[in-house]
Write a protein of this length. Structure first.
Length: 55
């Protein structure tokens, strides 16, 4: 299960990092609209891992 989550986080990280460059330092609103949602799953996966570790 941990390897599956690690792979999923890796894919999300790649998608997020590729969405940063088109924003041109977050000055273009349309690409920024794709960058923020791409970062959300990473935060949710991190929160889920922390919650699961506490149980």
């Amino acid at each position: 299960m941990n390897w599956l989550v690690l792979g999923l986080v890796g894919v999300v990280e790649i998608a997020w990092s590729q969405s940063i460059k088109p924003t041109q330092n977050f000055t273009k609103p349309l690409p920024h609209g794709r960058c923020a949602p791409a970062a959300t799953p990473k935060a949710l996966l991190y929160w889920g891992q922390q919650t699961a570790a506490a149980v």
